[in-house]
Design a binder for this molecule. Sequence first.
Ligand SMILES: Cc1ncc(COP(=O)(O)O)c(C=O)c1O
Length: 399
Amino acid sequence: MPKSNSETVDFDEIIDRRAVGALKFDPALLQSVFGRQDLWPSWVADMDFKAASEIQNALRQRVEHGVYGYESDNTRLPEAVCSWLDERYDWSVQPGHILFSPRTLTSISVLISLFSNKGDGVIIQPPVFYDFKMLIHAQHRKLVKNPLKLEQGTYQMDFEQLESVAAQPENSLLILCNPHNPIGRVWSRETLSRLAKICAAHQVFVIADEIHGDITYQHRYTPFASLSDAAAQNCASCVSPVKSFNLAGVANSMIVIDNEDKRQQCKDWFNQFEINKNNVFTTSAMLAAYTRGGDWLQQVTHYLQQNIDTVRDYLQQQIPSLKMIEPEGSYLLWLDFRALNLDAKQLSSFLVEQAGIAGNPGHWFGREGAGFARINIACPKKVLLEALAKLKTAVDALA
Ligand SMILES: Cc1ncc(COP(=O)(O)O)c(C=O)c1O
């Protein structure tokens, strides 16, 4: 266990999330999406762990205050976020360049609508988080693919193909996912710099979804906007404590945007719809996360790393036909089922009916993901081992 000033957190505790209506465990939803309820819910990207005690205490204190009226704009929170980003990632952000938004997907949707026109192309890099496609279509933009290439077990960006799609004048935006959901890559400074150059050369504005940036293993996350002034001027960065601190039900998301003109356009949009008031609990939770959550984050990352090691070892020893794509960040694992020779429909059915897993079949992330599946390992190790044992029985039965 790494050194820590705070208490040691018990991530092995099994907590009943059904009691509070957790989306991931919702019986009606499991039934409608997967056709069954008796599954290991591994499909929604949140953690089955309690939030840091520092965050719980901050919320408790705020509840106990008892008055929940309008709050003035909080300057402490943007300052805390700036210190966090600077100390951890050498990213110097001005507090005034941070805009608050209800969700990261809200931010991306607003950015698409403001900085491209109907019919324009938006470039994504599949296999990638499926909601990008949904937002692009909802905004009546064209989905343009720059698929990742899988080379010797590692995904790489295809810069030649990117150059050609970026050069088409109607393709005005690119959504970067770093760390990349579902494959878990933490893009290197070199890779990001190549992408930045191509996008700048062809006036393709970058929406950098960095929601998973705080959870990385041996690799350090490089914020796109920290590459250079030119990169910072040509991007809007979406950062959030939602994934790293498990606050999807309470926290806001943020857009960091250095370009003054574009920042003003975003501000005007949020003001137009009056999306500019704080939720008092959100502010308390986020402030606690960014000022006192570091120890907890270190501990949870360590626990997640152990779960990743567990899956890797288990597959190698018990289910050698399945392979794990080594994650560099996030708690999402991308598993390679191609050796089972199942088509997309068969793999989906195998996962549910034989293995009892409500995971995310790879084709949800684009046809480039076919033959793979994403699982979420942010759960107690005991739960993970039970799921792996069931998976082994299912794979053995295919032989
Ligand atoms: C890459 C990525 N972006 C955005 C989201 C959604 O974030 P939010 O709930 O804040 O919209 C997720 C959730 O899984 C994600 O993985």
